[in-house]
Each structure stands twice: as structure tokens, then as C-alpha cells.
Design a protein around this ligand. Structure first.
Ligand code: ADP
Ligand code: ASP
Ligand code: MG
Length: 408
């Protein structure tokens, strides 16, 4: 008997009718003679609504209480889905993250799964139940409820598939699969039939929110293929796996497999820092100590023993970064600092660029042609990212999609 893990995102369980649809989908898989574990997210915009509600009561809510609050979103969906299955005469049981054995570290709001003790889930599967597990949550060593960061139900599902040694892990969402760009913005984007873990990881990190980056990392480590597909139809979605021979051919043709964009970027510049050893260590040490995840860094050339340092991180770190920047200016007797959140990151991704020179040149020319100024650049073997003005992001994504022959 095969074990299947199915994950349904927020929009797939947004109302009663959609929950019934998900129930039918899980029941279908069970009727095919499989053991089925279902991981669900909170209904629709519940998580955003809860965050908004909390901020009305406290602008900086304690992270413990935030996790306590946000985990309730997923608890609603698991119970409702179990009820829907019962109404269809199916055996089903809902389990919270803690009940399903998700043990995490103690870092609230972005906990990492350390281990899943899957015995309870296995027992329930063996009793003939469809087991419905709350995504996005676990329990820390101290017994405290933790959450896994936005989009964390993807990671819950992949981790469960690993723990159960599942035969299949399906990620059901509101689009038909992984596209060459966000299909909601680029109408000429098309569904990629197969994508490698590395390319998917870059796309996810660079803003293609269809999978949480951590879920892709886990799937790669354990070599578990993922099937990303729509919960609204039965069409074949995208398989995320090690590169298949067919995909290699595709890469020869298409140097770039996708365009990703991220509006969630904050750029910080500290001006007039004394040019001496230990300065960067101090700045980035302070940021690390506060858990700020720094992305791009630029250090300008020295003039009169002074230099400027710019870096980017997530916009939600604004308060922390402002405090640190002010402290740095004071401690180092630097000139001033500036925080900019009217910028965004546009990236092209593709394993093909490892063997094809000139990708950066095409990217920069394309941006120049639409009169788009580049503020920062970062590259890896399989991606090039530019920080640009936020207002240019859609135009840039459309132009790059075309320039790299991705339009269909
Ligand atoms: P879920 O609630 O199912 O987890 P998400 O909203 O987290 O769904 O992720 C799905 C969304 O990701 C899509 O609605 C789409 O707008 C967005 N997205 C961004 N880039 C891509 C891409 N390259 N391919 C597919 N979807 C993308
Ligand atoms: N409900 C959580 C969120 O909105 C987790 C998830 O959907 O994966 O981020
Ligand atoms: Mg998601």
C-alpha cells in the first residue's frame, strides 16, 4: 500500500465548498488503495488577518503569543476538513503539529523542524484513517507551540513525506504548477513540466512563493520528488526533482528557466564609515545577533579614508535594522544612514547560465532599454539578481521574460 502526502494551501481551503473539494481529492487518493496524510494551511487570508488583528492590540507582539495565535488558523482547517470527510462517510482524524510529532527548535515565528516522531500518524493511517495534519506548526523542546515561517506548510508536508517514507508528495495550490514567472503578473508565462531542485530553490528564494525555500532544500537533501499542481483541476503540474535528461535538453535551448521578483526588500546604506579593519565585522555581527538575514552587500570604494556600505534584507526587519544602523553610526562615528523600501529585486534563474556566457549582459541591456536603473547586482552560478526601483518591477519582469525567449 502506497503512502501519499498531499498538501493544500490557504486558497485551496478558503471556504466550505473548497474544503469539500479537498475532502473529495483526499478521499479519491484513499479510494485508490493508498494511505493518505493531508497537510493543510489556514483558510484563505486567515494568517494575514490574525497578524493584522494582533498589530491592532500591540505593534510589537511577543513572538511566543504570535505563534500561539497564528497556529490556530491551521487548527480550524484540519478540524473542518475532518468534518467534511466524516460527512462523506470517510474515516479521518485531525492532528495538530504537536500531536503529529513535529519537534522543532525554540525559535518562534521561524522554527526549524528537528524531527518528526511519526508513530501517531502511522497508527492512525493503519487504523484506516485519512490523517489530517496542521501545517506550519510544531512544538519546541520546552513544549511551546512554534510556527515555521510564512509558507511553512510546504515544509511541514515535505518533512512528513520524509518521516513516513512516502511514495508521493503532492503540493496542491491555486496555480497549475511552477511557471516561468508569476502567472498572475506575466500572462505569457507557462508551466514548467520539470524543474531541478537547484533551480526551484533559487526561484523560491528569489520570490516565487509557490514553495517555501526550506521545503525545496529538504526535498533535495532527501531526494524526494515533489508534484506541484492545482487543487482546482486534475492536470499534471510541475515535478521538482534532480535534473531529468529531458530537462537538460530544455536547458540547452533555454538558458534561463524563469524570472522571479521580490517586493519584500529593504535596502540600508551606512554612509561615511571609517575605512579600517573590523568595521564590516561589527555591522554584520550586530545584524546576525538580531537574527537579520542579510542578502546582498556592496562596499563602495574608499574616499578620504571613508566608505559606504549598503545591504539588503527583508522589509519586515525594518525596525531592527534602523536601530542597528543608528547604533553603528554612533559607535563608528559614521556620517549617516538611509533605509529604502521603495525598491525590489528582479532575478533570472537557470542552470544553463553555467555554460552560457553573456546572460548578465542581456539582462542589463534589457533593463537599460526600459530605462530601468540598477542599484545593486548579485550573481551565483545559476542566477542574476538586480535591485531596481519598485515601480519598475512588472515592466522589468515582462521585458526579461521576453528577452530570454520565455514568452509563449
Ligand atoms: P498556497 O496558499 O497554496 O501555499 P501560495 O500563495 O503560497 O499558495 O503560492 C502560490 C502563488 O505563488 C501563486 O498564486 C502565484 O501567484 C505565486 N507565484 C509566484 N511565482 C510563481 C511561479 N514562478 N510559478 C507559480 N506560482 C508563482
Ligand atoms: N498559513 C501560513 C501562512 O500563511 C502557512 C502556509 O500557508 O503555508 O504563511
Ligand atoms: Mg504557500
Amino acid at each position: 500500500m502506497a503512502i501519499i502526502v498531499q498538501k493544500f494551501g490557504g486558497s485551496s481551503v478558503a471556504n466550505a465548498e473548497r474544503i469539500q473539494r479537498v475532502a473529495r481529492r483526499a478521499a479519491e487518493a484513499a479510494a485508490g488503495g493508498n494511505q493518505v496524510a493531508v497537510v493543510v494551511s489556514a483558510m484563505g487570508d486567515t494568517t494575514d488577518d490574525l497578524i493584522d488583528l494582533a498589530s491592532q492590540l500591540n505593534p510589537t507582539p511577543p513572538s511566543r503569543e504570535m505563534d500561539m495565535l497564528l497556529s490556530t488558523g491551521e487548527q480550524q482547517s484540519i478540524a473542518l476538513l475532518a468534518m467534511a470527510l466524516h460527512a462523506m462517510g470517510k474515516k479521518a482524524i485531525s492532528l495538530t503539529g504537536a500531536q503529529a510529532g513535529y519537534q522543532t527548535d525554540g525559535v518562534y515565528s521561524r522554527a526549524k523542524i528537528l524531527k518528526i516522531d511519526s508513530q501517531r500518524v502511522l497508527d492512525e493511517l493503519n487504523k484506516g484513517n485519512i490523517v489530517i495534519v496542521a501545517g506550519f506548526q510544531g512544538v519546541g523542546e520546552n513544549g511551546e507551540i512554534t510556527t515555521l515561517g510564512r509558507g511553512g506548510s510546504d515544509t511541514s508536508a515535505v518533512a512528513l513525506a520524509i518521516a513516513l517514507n512516502a511514495d508521493l508528495c503532492e503540493i496542491y495550490t491555486d496555480v497549475d504548477g511552477v511557471y516561468t514567472a508569476d502567472p498572475r503578473i506575466i500572462k505569457t508565462a507557462w508551466k514548467i513540466p520539470e524543474i531541478s531542485y537547484d533551480e526551484m530553490l533559487e526561484m523560491a528564494v528569489l520570490g516565487a512563493l509557490v514553495l517555501q525555500p526550506r521545503s525545496v532544500e529538504l526535498a533535495k537533501q532527501h531526494n524526494i520528488p515533489l508534484h506541484v499542481r492545482s487543487s482546482f483541476n486534475h492536470s499534471q503540474g510541475t515535478i521538482v526533482k534532480e535534473v531529468a535528461p529531458m530537462q537538460k535538453d530544455l536547458e540547452k535551448e533555454l538558458i534561463v528557466c524563469g524570472v522571479a521578483h521580490d517586493l519584500h526588500v529593504l535596502k540600508t546604506t551606512i554612509f561615511g564609515i571609517p575605512d579600517r579593519p573590523g568595521v564590516s565585522a561589527l555591522i554584520f555581527g550586530l545584524l546576525a545577533a538580531e537574527g537579520v538575514n542579510v542578502d546582498m552587500i556592496i562596499q563602495s570604494g574608499t574616499r578620504e579614508d571613508k566608505q559606504d556600505i549598503s545591504f539588503t534584507c527583508g522589509r519586515d526587519e525594518k525596525d531592527k535594522v534602523a536601530k542597528i544602523a543608528a547604533q553603528v553610526v554612533k559607535e563608528l562615528d559614521a556620517q549617516s544612514y538611509l533605509l529604502e523600501d521603495n525598491i525590489a529585486k528582479i532575478s533570472v534563474v537557470g542552470a544553463g547560465m553555467m555554460t552560457h556566457p553573456g546572460v548578465a549582459a542581456i539582462m542589463f541591456k534589457t533593463l537599460a532599454d526600459i530605462d530601468c536603473n540598477i542599484l545593486m547586482i548579485a550573481t551565483s552560478e545559476i542566477k542574476i539578481s538586480c535591485i531596481i526601483d519598485e515601480t519598475k518591477i512588472n515592466e522589468a519582469a515582462i521585458a526579461l521574460h521576453k528577452a530570454f525567449h520565455l514568452d509563449r
